[in-house]
Design a protein around this ligand. Structure first.
Ligand code: BES
Ligand code: MN
Ligand code: ZN
Length: 481
């Protein structure tokens, strides 16, 4: 890509100009606009065809190509987050209109870390899930050829692109249906990633899982013809400052098992592997960013299916750390695969563990679909994650890890634990359950991304489908840890 200072606009198919309401009232704030554009703009603005309202997009056909005006709303409310979202959405919309390339004009916008967000937007706009459409794809890949900005910093922009690519990598797997991605396929994707980037990768198949006493992941995977896998990727630089482990829930399809999900509750459950996909995305980002931190990624993969070999309600299973679990609902499977994986991650004695999981419908009820639940046993870790989440525009809400009554309901009359509790506080119950498998004195964060994993319709940086929410927050955290 060519980065240009604003002088004479080059002719691209599409010229995208981002404008706040105040910019429309004062066109002289946009430096060096050429006469042709200035005349068009003042005409449109004086006719009130365009006022810079947030989310407004006006296409103006030019003799060559198109000019797009994208409104950012009021200056006082405009920030990098808004620009990231608006730009990604604007560029995606331009891509849908068959433009082959675009230039973006931001010469009048001066915000801290704008280049980073531009990189993220430029990367994130280019993805929609259309590999299975044989015709009428609604989006043509196009090139962002020029950026007109005075605050452009190539290194930050490059980082933004790496972050975006990591997120898109996760999305591209999370969007695949259960008929094309199952645990062994996840293992093959991890192995391919490891080979490409020189990471280490170890895969535990069902035999090894038995030998390693991984009773949770084996039970959940037992009903499926596709056996479960535990995947361990590692990035190990020479003198690491810290060691961080990520753990992802990788249920390649969640039918509920014998406690089968009713009618349309099963739809979108191909997305129940998003946590594991995010860990793959994070490992890709880490391999490209090369921080001086040792990073481990664990993917706990199984397919939750009903069959003659399924695990059953009433079963009592034994997790990796020896704790026994009475099953009262086979649909509360994520916590069982994570239990084993958290034990294995803890054995690495990392400075922190972050797990990500589409874990509970209760979390979606509590927080809606734009915020993820964050449960952390360590305030410093919580602070760092929340700071990164703010920077990257992925909102979390900190949830309680303490509740005597819910803790009491984890007890089973016949085993050490029961896998599901009363209806109320379901997300907290699940987090408290996971806590039982995290090693002593390890800082640990659990991200419940059940609500944020999937966009019902496109908005901002998200096309319809898998969002891979969380990847950029975790990468950002790794750069600051
Ligand atoms: N994968 C689901 C949680 C989920 C729900 C993710 C909605 C995304 C959207 C999880 O395995 C599940 O089924 N949880 C149950 C737990 C219950 C049986 C205790 C739930 O939330 O209903
Ligand atoms: Mn389930
Ligand atoms: Zn699930």
């Amino acid at each position: 890509m060519q980065i240009k200072r604003l002088e004479n606009f080059q002719s691209s198919d599409a010229l995208l100009l981002l404008l706040r309401e105040e910019d429309c009232e004062n066109l002289s704030s946009i430096p060096n606009l050429n006469d042709e554009l200035r005349n068009i703009l003042s005409a449109l603005i004086s006719r009130k065809d365009f006022k810079g309202k947030k989310g407004s997009l006006l296409r103006v056909p030019l003799i060559e190509g198109n000019l797009y005006l994208l409104g950012l709303g009021k200056t006082e409310k405009c920030d990098v987050k808004l620009i990231r979202n608006s730009l990604a959405w604007g560029l995606r919309t331009i891509g849908k209109s068959r433009n082959k390339n675009a230039s973006v004009i931001l010469a009048h916008l001066n915000y801290d870390e704008l280049s980073f967000a531009l990189g993220e937007a430029a990367g994130l706009c280019s993805y929609t899930f259309d590999v299975y459409k044989t015709k009428d794809k609604d989006y043509e890949p196009f090139a962002l050829t020029e950026i007109y900005s005075d605050v452009y910093e190539p290194e930050d922009f490059g980082k933004g692109i790496i972050f975006a690519d990591a997120q898109i990598f996760s999305r591209s797997i999370a969007n695949e249906p259960g008929c094309s991605v199952w645990p062994q396929v996840m293992a093959e994707k991890a192995e391919a990633l490891a080979k490409e980037y020189n990471l280490t990768c170890e895969v535990w198949d069902e035999e090894k899982l038995k030998a390693e006493k991984m009773g949770g992941i084996l039970a959940v995977g037992s009903g499926s013809k596709k056996p479960p896998r535990l995947i361990h990727l590692a990035y190990t630089p020479a003198n690491p400052k810290k060691k961080i482990a990520f753990v992802g829930k990788g249920i390649t399809f969640d039918s509920g098992g014998l406690n089968i999900k009713p009618d349309n509750y099963m739809l979108t459950m191909k997305g129940d592997k998003t946590g594991a996909c995010n860990v793959l995305g994070i490992m890709k980002g880490v391999a490209e960013l090369k921080p001086d931190i040792e990073v481990h990624g664990f993917l706990a993969c199984a397919e939750n299916m009903p069959s003659g070999s399924s695990y059953r309600p009433d079963d009592i299973i034994r997790a990796r750390n020896g704790k026994t679990i009475e099953i009262n609902n086979t649909d509360a499977e994520g916590r069982l695969v994570l239990a084993d994986a958290l034990c294995v991650a803890s054995e690495q004695k990392p400075d922190a563990i972050i797990d990500m999981a589409t874990l509970t419908g209760a979390c979606v009820v509590a927080l809606g679909k734009s915020r993820a639940g964050l449960f952390v046993n360590d305030d410093e870790l919580a602070g760092k994650i929340l700071a990164s989440s703010e920077k990257r525009g992925e909102p979390y809400w900190r949830m309680p890890l303490e509740d005597e009554n819910i803790a009491e309901s984890l007890k089973s009359p016949f085993a050490d634990l029961i896998n599901s509790g009363p209806r109320y506080g379901g997300a907290i119950f699940a987090a408290l359950f996971l806590k039982e498998f995290v090693g002593e004195k390890i800082a640990w964060a659990h991200m419940d991304i059940a609500g944020t994993d999937f966009a019902d319709k496109e908005y901002g940086i998200y096309p319809k489908g898998a969002t891979a929410f969380g990847v950029r927050t975790c990468l950002d955290y790794l750069l600051r840890v």
